[in-house]
Design a protein around this ligand. Structure first.
Ligand code: UGA
Length: 433
């Protein structure tokens, strides 16, 4: 099939590349010429394991193209995927849909007498599909197009696997023709076991938000249970295992840690509350999840303070990993954006190492230095904070790398075993244990 992907950000680039790899003819369009030129050279703007190889392979064999020409790309395609950003509006919790609507107006101009399916892949609030349809109907007849919701459920760092082996594919449309075409497009994944669901467009839009809000709730739940565990001398990892074995609960997304972050959960929890307000409903549970998560970084900072017995000033603190999770270079809503500046204000001397390199966010913050490797980051540490669970941090010989004798480890991802640390006579703290 001939596909046009609009927006070569995280969602668009992964989606377009994976569809090309399934044998479709894909053109990825972006209005950023530099980005398009780089993609043609195989320079990928994001860090996503396996993506670069797949882009190069499919660009070389001609299945994947990059262009800034929206008109040509839309005219030549059967299905158009809108994958532009839907950030939170400044000074409000509502979603900024300006890119979605501006792209829709442009696509509308290029709809001819050949039927086209317009798909929203970006996460968009309930009724956005209705609004896009209204935009099209102002100038085009209903028989030439159909607006469908098909949310993405990709996780950063695991996106290619999530695309190829999705738990489910959700198609929101009441148009039988579009449903048939999209089911056919996804048939290689359905034949590998992915469940295909056809529902209404509004339901599909809400499935995405409800899923993310539920996962954020699950994480926040275990984080709060971790707080209780710390006070009652229980290891939260035992609770996660014991709860997770109940099939009704499931073990995934039940790992306690720092505040959840990234470009999705913080944004989508706020957006679903705004949608509920619009429909005069109160999502009080999601509201408390948001609050609890916002307080979490301060809670963990209080623990840092307690670990250092209130003496943060002039202490050498090393952060291992600063991104919101492993296998990504994404800093959006990472809890280190709160923790590092706060500790710096309190007079700490901070060294950090991240496998994805130095971050601009910390360049202007006093006494914060990027180290090029784990060894030099650790060398002079009084306290090591393991913030992100990269594999690189899973088998470090701390004693041989840290010159100070009484160094302390605060393992925010519970990577290491407390009993082994005790045996090695290393002062060790985890989360919820
Ligand atoms: C999330 C969803 O998992 C995807 O299904 C969805 O497609 C995506 O948002 C999106 O809406 O685009 P992502 O934000 O990439 O994916 O990352 P996750 O792996 O879900 O992690 C989110 C946050 O939760 C991270 O800060 C992570 O450290 C935290 N987390 C996750 C925990 O603290 N504990 C867990 O057990 C799992």
């Amino acid at each position: 099939m001939k596909l046009c992907i609009i927006g070569t950000g995280y969602v668009g680039l992964v989606t377009g590349t994976c569809f090309a790899d399934l044998g479709n003819e894909v053109v990825c369009v972006d209005n950023n010429l530099n980005k398009i030129e780089n993609l043609k050279k195989g320079i990928i703007p994001i860090y996503e394991p396996g993506l670069e190889e797949l882009v190069k392979k499919n660009y070389k064999n001609g299945k994947l193209k990059f262009s800034i020409n929206l008109k040509d790309s839309v005219i030549k395609s059967d299905i158009i995927f809108i994958c532009v950003g839907t950030p939170t509006k400044k000074n409000s919790n509502a979603t900024d849909l300006s890119q979605i609507y501006s792209v829709s107006k442009k696509i509308r101009n290029y709809i001819t007498s050949k039927f086209k399916i317009i798909v929203t892949k970006s996460t968009v609030p309930v009724t956005t599909g209705d609004e896009i349809e209204k935009i099209f109907l102002k100038k085009k007849s209903k028989k030439f197009f159909s607006v469908v919701s098909n949310p993405e459920f990709l996780r950063e760092g695991e996106a290619i696997r999530d695309f190829v082996y999705p738990d489910r594919i959700v198609i929101g449309t009441s148009n039988a023709r579009s449903n048939k075409i999209l089911k056919n497009l996804y048939s290689p994944l359905i034949s590998k076991g992915a469940k295909y669901i056809n529902t209404t467009r509004r339901a599909s839009e809400l499935i995405k938000y409800a899923s993310n809000a539920f996962l954020a709730t699950k994480i926040t739940f275990i984080n709060e249970i971790a707080n209780l565990c710390e006070k009652s001398n229980i290891n939260v990892e035992d609770i996660s295992i014991g709860m997770g074995l109940d099939k009704r609960i499931g073990s995934r997304f039940l790992r306690a840690g720092p505040a959840y972050g990234g470009s999705c959960f913080p944004k989508d929890t706020k957006a679903i509350v705004t949608t509920a307000n619009k429909f005069k409903t109160n999502l009080s549970l999601v509201k408390s999840v948001i609050k609890s998560n916002q307080k979490r970084s301060l809670l963990l900072l209080n623990k840092v303070n307690a670990i250092l017995k209130g003496k943060v000033k002039n202490k050498n603190i090393c952060f291992l990993g600063v991104t919101f999770k492993a296998n990504t270079d994404d800093m959006r809503d990472s809890s280190t954006l709160v923790m590092i500046p706060t500790l710096s204000k309190k007079g700490a001397i901070i060294n950090y190492y991240d496998p994805t390199g130095e971050k601009n966010h910390f360049k202007k913050i006093k006494n914060v230095t990027f180290s090029k490797n784990v060894k030099s980051a650790l060398h002079n540490s009084d306290l090591v904070i393991i913030h992100t669970e990269w594999n690189d941090f899973k088998s470090i010989n701390f004693k041989s790398l840290i010159k100070k004798k009484n160094f302390i480890i605060y393992d925010m991802r519970n990577i290491y075993s407390p009993s082994k640390m005790k045996k090695a006579k290393i002062k060790y703290f985890g989360v919820g244990r």
